[in-house]
Design a protein around this ligand. Structure first.
Ligand SMILES: Cc1cc2nc3c(=O)[nH]c(=O)nc-3n(C[C@H](O)[C@H](O)[C@H](O)COP(=O)(O)OP(=O)(O)OC[C@H]3O[C@@H](n4cnc5c(N)ncnc54)[C@H](O)[C@@H]3O)c2cc1C
Length: 522
């Protein structure tokens, strides 16, 4: 068999690998993606899709289909012993912060389907039933051996390798990277079912049981729910050994609710781990998604985080492969995504312990103090502006990274390293203008100051790299950024801020693109 040559070999076509492939299509990067399974997952697995993921889908033109196929997590109804303790509305909790101010419930199988369709509509294909067997790297590239669907060994030569090969990642093992952390003692279950009960289908139901929380997430389809809960400590069966009947018995015992489960579409049991790698890359090989971090299901962060790892890595590899950025740019993937994984594990552990902990104080808060307070707490602006950015992942920032130039941002509320805030300009989202996979320079203009000369110079010098946009400095924009004077924002291709400054000269742009990004004209 002839050797296949490509720029990037992606191993694994879960949500992370498929997202990376889609981003490479946007950036015009040549790649090959291999997957040992024969198609996208048929299982629902992850169901929470957050605002930041939907913003990324929007750039791919997939957000509308995702929102049509999914269900918005509207109300949360808290139950105890079958009685309603309280109800809160989450359907617009992030109002003004994103075009998607909610959590969307859409199964992983459907997310993978969306991404796979995007790939196919751009004449790309996954090499299904193709398993990575081994690989080696030199300073010049990576050579991998894969076993194809016919059982033969195929050699693939690539400039870079990205392991999106899930929690048991062979690539992570081969690179000798560590995966430290812990495994939660209790065994968890998940079941997608149809339920006959007295509650309406428009809410996420959370049952505050003695020993754990049992949650019912509404899914598309008549009376369909995803149920998530845990077996008690000391339960002696392993993953995969539990019969469905035991799960149903457990749900009824814990939730203390009268219900009939009339159909079971899928169920599974799983151990919850919280672990992350010590580094996201080694030489020309990178890790993304569950291969690099796994955590508790609290907050539904796993799939979303993998999609964002891919989003962060794709533009950096694209810049380096096109020769418009220096190799050192690739270091910033680890620099930005490792601290994010560390923070994520801490947050999900905290949320999880509150939901599943058996500690008496936590239990008291969970079952007695929290429910009556919930409505009040959720109505507080501080909770909306902190809780939503955290869960939805729009609040992730890279302020401490070396791609964030803070030299002129001290006067602004928004800093280098932040995601560009969601703004409505003349009734339309600012993100509508930012779909091209390029850097963007935004001039927020008061209509009086002259930016025309610098614009011409910037457009001439950086034609291959950057789009220029002039945006009126409306009062609501000035409020968000904390200044009423005109200013420039340089956005990276992932819509994170590289620099923000009142200095509107071409030399300011040069300083960032040439010195921080390492741009050299091709
Ligand atoms: C029950 C359950 C509920 C969950 N709920 C949520 C939720 O609500 N929200 C959320 O965000 N996350 C959730 N998660 C986590 C989510 O499913 C994972 O985070 C997500 O699947 C990670 O995607 P990935 O692409 O990184 O890895 P995976 O989905 O594991 O994909 C890795 C792929 O690599 C392939 N592969 C592995 N080795 C090789 C090889 N050597 N050669 C070729 N191919 C290979 C595998 O076959 C697989 O298809 C849940 C997980 C489970 C199990």
């Amino acid at each position: 068999m002839d050797t296949i040559n490509t720029d990037v070999l992606i191993v694994g076509a879960g949500p992370t690998g498929l997202s990376l492939a889609c981003q490479f299509i946007r950036h015009g990067v040549d790649f090959v993606i291999v997957e040992r399974n024969q198609g996208v997952t048929p299982y629902s697995k992850a169901i929470g899709v957050h605002a930041r993921t939907l913003e990324i889908y929007e750039q791919l033109g997939l957000a509308e289909r995702a929102t049509t196929e999914g269900t918005i997590a509207g109300k949360v109804r808290m139950l105890e012993s079958g009685e309603v303790l309280g109800e809160v509305d989450l359907s617009n909790i992030g109002e003004g912060l994103s075009a998607y101010p909610y959590m969307l419930l859409l199964e992983q199988s459907k997310n993978e389907g969306l991404l796979y369709d995007y790939l196919q509509s751009h004449d790309k294909e996954v090499l299904w039933q193709t398993e990575l067997e081994g690989f080696g790297q030199t300073e010049a590239g990576v050579t991998a051996q894969v076993k194809t669907s016919t059982g033969k060994t195929q050699v693939i030569e690539a400039k870079y390798l990205v392991g999106c090969d899930g929690p048991k990642s062979k690539i992570r093992h081969s690179l000798g990277l560590t995966f430290e952390g812990s495994t939660f003692e209790r065994l968890f279950y998940v079941a997608d079912v149809q339920i006959d009960w007295k509650f309406s289908h428009d809410a996420l139901h959370v049952c505050l049981a003695r020993n754990a929380v049992v949650a019912f997430f509404p899914m598309k389809g008549k009376d369909r729910y995803r149920i998530v809960g845990a077996f008690p400590e000391g339960f002696d069966k392993e993953e995969g050994e539990v019969l469905y009947e035991e799960i149903e018995r457990r749900i009824k015992e814990e939730a203390e609710i009268e219900l009939d489960i009339t159909r079971v579409d899928w169920f599974s049991t799983y151990n919850v781990h919280t672990r992350h790698v010590n580094r996201f890359s080694e030489g020309r090989c990178f890790l993304a998604g569950d291969a690099a971090h796994i955590h508790t299901p609290a907050g539904g962060q796993g799939m979303n985080t993998g999609i964002q790892d891919a989003y962060n890595l794709a533009w950096k590899l694209a810049c380096v492969l096109k020769g418009v950025a220096g190799e050192s740019m690739l270091e910033t993937y680890n620099e930005e995504r490792l601290p994010n994984a560390e923070r994520l594990l801490q947050t999900t552990d905290r949320m999880f312990n509150l939901a599943a902990g058996t500690n008496w104080l936590v239990n008291l808060i969970r079952t007695t103090i929290f429910p009556p307070m919930a409505k009040f707490i959720l109505s507080l602006d501080a909770v909306k502006t902190r809780f939503f950015p955290l869960i939805s992942q729009i609040g992730i920032n890279y302020r401490d990274g070396s791609l964030s130039d803070h030299s002129r941002d001290s006067d602004f509320e928004v800093k280098a390293g932040d995601r560009l805030p969601y703004l409505l300009i003349d009734g339309k989202s600012i993100y509508d203008r930012l779909r091209e996979a390029r850097f963007h320079l935004l001039t927020f203009s008061d209509g009086e100051s002259d930016y025309r000369t610098s614009r011409e110079e910037v457009e001439k010098e950086y034609a291959e790299l950057l789009d220029y946009h002039v945006i009126p400095l409306y009062p609501h924009v000035a409020d968000i950024f904390g200044t009423s004077k005109p200013f420039n924002v340089l956005l990276r291709p992932d819509n994170y801020i590289g620099f923000i400054s009142q200095e509107m000269t071409v030399s300011r742009v040069r300083l960032y693109l040439n010195e921080v990004i390492g741009f050299t004209a091709t």
